[in-house]
Design a protein around this ligand. Structure first.
Ligand SMILES: NC(=O)c1ccc[n+]([C@@H]2O[C@H](COP(=O)([O-])OP(=O)(O)OC[C@H]3O[C@@H](n4cnc5c(N)ncnc54)[C@H](OP(=O)(O)O)[C@@H]3O)[C@@H](O)[C@H]2O)c1
Length: 231
């Protein structure tokens, strides 16, 4: 008998400048969130089963993706959850993934890497020996539908997708995201080469994705704004 698993509920969460950039032209992982927003992000991480990032973010920044605050870890443990959500990387070729980087080392946390056959068997072994769960699905890029099916089977019901713009675009294109939460910082980064909230190839006017507003509020003393849309 086959068991039906609904795909995980996916919340896209990101911070951007007023002009829609999620980093500057330097692409060094610019700090965009205010202190209050950083706290909101950690609280959201504490509520989900898994946190996900794309390959470029993983290779350049190797983010920790943990809840960081001891009180949030304690709250999860009190709710019979692991101290941190699972960390998920979507990366076409993981050969360059730094095994000493925060994504691999910061925890404790379950670490799951979805990659393709471009990643060598040797690197898969190295990652697995570090306790990382590795799935090779897709030729040029990771098959996201299959990745979500796998996560469902692993019991992951909620995923927070933190970027970058290429992976976010693909989730939206495939209709695999449910919610969009964006903190808009009172800053302008500019630059056509700076990554935006949704990159990829874009859509024509008639195919533009329509959203339903759930919440919009001036979020803190800095003049930042939080917007929440249903996709
Ligand atoms: N402000 C924020 O909230 C925030 C959060 C996270 C990241 N960022 C910023 O975002 C920037 C990176 O964004 P990015 O758009 O360059 O990269 P990204 O979204 O982090 O990663 C995209 C890459 O993942 C790989 N990939 C594998 N399977 C994929 C699939 N099915 N769909 C899409 N991608 C897939 C592709 O690598 P290949 O092209 O090699 O195949 C693709 O180029 C950085 O500057 C980072 O600082 C900002």
């Amino acid at each position: 008998m086959t068991t039906f698993h609904a795909r995980p509920y996916v919340i896209i969460n990101a911070a951007m400048s007023v002009d829609g950039k999620i980093d500057t032209i330097e692409r060094n992982g610019a700090s965009i969130s205010s202190e209050e927003d950083k706290r909101r992000v950690l609280e959201l991480r504490a509520q989900v089963d898994a946190v996900m990032v794309g390959g470029n973010t993983l290779l350049k920044e190797s983010p920790k993706l943990t809840v960081k605050l001891p009180e949030l870890e304690k709250l999860r443990i009190a709710n019979k959850l692991p101290a941190n959500p699972a960390k998920i990387g979507i990366i076409s070729n993981a050969n360059g993934l730094n095994i000493h980087g925060n994504f691999i080392t910061a925890g404790p946390a379950r670490r799951i890497v979805f990659t393709t056959n471009q990643t060598s068997a040797e690197q898969v072994n190295v990652l697995q020996e570090l306790g990382v769960e590795v799935y090779q699905i897709g030729e040029k890029r990771v098959d996201l539908q299959q990745a979500l099916d796998t996560l469902s089977r692993l019991g992951i019901r909620t995923v927070m997708l933190e970027g970058g713009g290429t992976l976010i675009a693909e989730f939206i294109r495939l209709g695999l995201a449910d919610e969009l939460r964006v903190y808009i910082a009172p800053k302008i980064f500019g630059g056509s080469s700076a990554p935006t909230l949704v990159d990829g190839d874009g859509w024509t006017e008639s195919a533009a994705k329509k959203l339903t507003l759930v919440d919009a509020r001036v979020f803190d003393q800095t003049g930042g704004v939080l917007i929440v849309y249903r996709l």
